[in-house]
Design a protein around this ligand. Structure first.
Ligand code: NAD
Length: 360
């Protein structure tokens, strides 16, 4: 049986980096007999241009039937002034919501070869390996009621609702505990239980769930402290689990600890381990079309896809090893370039990973 993969390159640098990931996947397919079947479609600004909406229903249906979806990035200045209801980012929110992708896994792993690329001192970040598990389909980003209303005094008031039901907290908690079992056996749950009732409940659910995972150590931290600790002593963390908004912010902080956003993959999974895989970064319109974007986050997202949705551990390991070996050879895209290394473009970097994968 074939493994159906929908490819959604998106906008900006999306198509350039997707082309490199596809080269790598095609070789992995041959080498490890993965039986991959690719189907490419549109999301984001390019879908607005073609269909008037950022995610056509036909594209969504394809994604729902696929074994996994691999996405580049969406958005760009061309669509910035459009009505909020059809902005490129709406396509992304829709696909996450409709596919039930509630668990966002964002590893922040610092390749030892890139320890100098971090803005923190190398000794603080060398060997950093954190996994942030962010709840993705609930919380304040989706809570109702929401909007901007007119008050009696004529002033406008913006409002949103921070909501989490017990089952939403429990399922993301389970993901975090299960992931911790495959890593360092520690989960830090981040909340704001001193101020927000929604997160008092979050903490209670995490505590009661932890009884099922007595082998995993659970700790709790307020989000303001977590933000401080991430830049003070980031290596204290193993798995961090948190809600949608806190996770959005903390995972970008963790990303920067590793030096470049161009190195970081992510996975968003549903109950059936079907998922959407994408680099953490956006569409980088400032460098699009120049063959300078770093394709490694995209390639590592493809490796995560093989690992989590297709259960192809060997192929995923081989791709990650190939990326490591390219870095060992001193090849660097512009975003991670340091004196003494060899600067390469997007295509050259992709070709180098293909060559290294051939040799693994
Ligand atoms: P961005 O991540 O696109 O870019 C931030 C900076 O990082 C830029 O200087 C960019 O050149 C650089 N960068 C990003 N990826 C890189 C790579 N692979 N290699 C080298 N350098 C890289 O964020 P932004 O500038 O805030 O947003 C640009 C557009 O992307 C916006 O329209 C935004 O809405 C969208 N966006 C999309 C997603 C997504 O699709 N998941 C995520 C974030 C932002």
């Amino acid at each position: 049986m074939s493994n159906k993969i929908v490819l959604l390159p998106g906008d900006g640098i999306g198509p350039e980096i997707m082309a490199e990931a596809l080269k790598v996947l095609e070789l992995a397919d041959k080498k490890f007999k993965l039986n991959l079947k690719f189907d490419e479609d549109l999301i984001g600004g390019c879908a607005i241009d073609a269909h008037g909406v950022p995610l056509a229903n036909s594209t969504l249906e394809k994604c729902q039937q696929a074994d996994a979806v691999l996405m580049g990035a969406v958005g760009g200045p061309k669509w910035d002034s459009m009505d909020a209801s059809i902005r490129p980012e709406k396509g992304l929110l829709k696909i996450r919501y409709e596919m039930g992708l509630y668990a966002n896994l964002r590893p922040a792993l610092l390749y030892p070869q890139l320890a100098d690329a971090s803005s923190l001192k190398p000794e603080l970040v060398a060997g950093l390996d954190i996994l942030i598990v962010r709840e993705l389909t609930g919380g304040i980003y989706f809570g109702e009621p929401r909007g901007i209303r007119l008050l009696d005094n004529g002033e406008r008031q913006g409002y949103n609702t921070y909501v989490y039901a017990e089952h939403e907290v429990e399922r993301i908690g389970r993901t975090a505990f299960e992931m911790a079992r495959k890593r360092g056996n520690r989960v830090c749950s981040v909340d704001k239980a001193n101020v927000l009732e929604a997160t008092v409940l979050w903490r209670e659910v995490m505590q009661s769930l932890s009884r099922e995972y007595s082998d995993v150590e659970l700790s709790h931290m307020y989000v303001d402290n977590a933000a401080m600790q991430l830049v003070r002593a980031p290596k204290q963390f193993d798995v961090i689990v948190t809600g949608n908004m806190f996770g959005d912010i903390l995972s970008d902080t963790a990303a920067m600890l590793t030096g470049s956003i161009g190195m970081l993959p992510s996975a968003s999974l549903n109950n059936a381990s079907r998922g959407l895989y994408e680099p953490v970064h956006g569409s980088a319109p400032d460098i699009a079309g120049q063959d300078v974007a770093n394709p490694l986050a995209m390639i590592l997202s493809a490796a995560m896809m093989l690992r989590y949705s297709l259960d192809q551990t060997k192929a995923a390991d081989a791709i990650e090893k190939a990326v490591g070996s390219v870095l060992d050879k001193g090849l660097r895209s512009a975003d991670i370039y340091a004196e003494g290394s060899t600067k390469v473009g997007t295509r050259q970097m992709g070709d180098a990973v293909v060559q290294a994968l051939n040799e693994v």
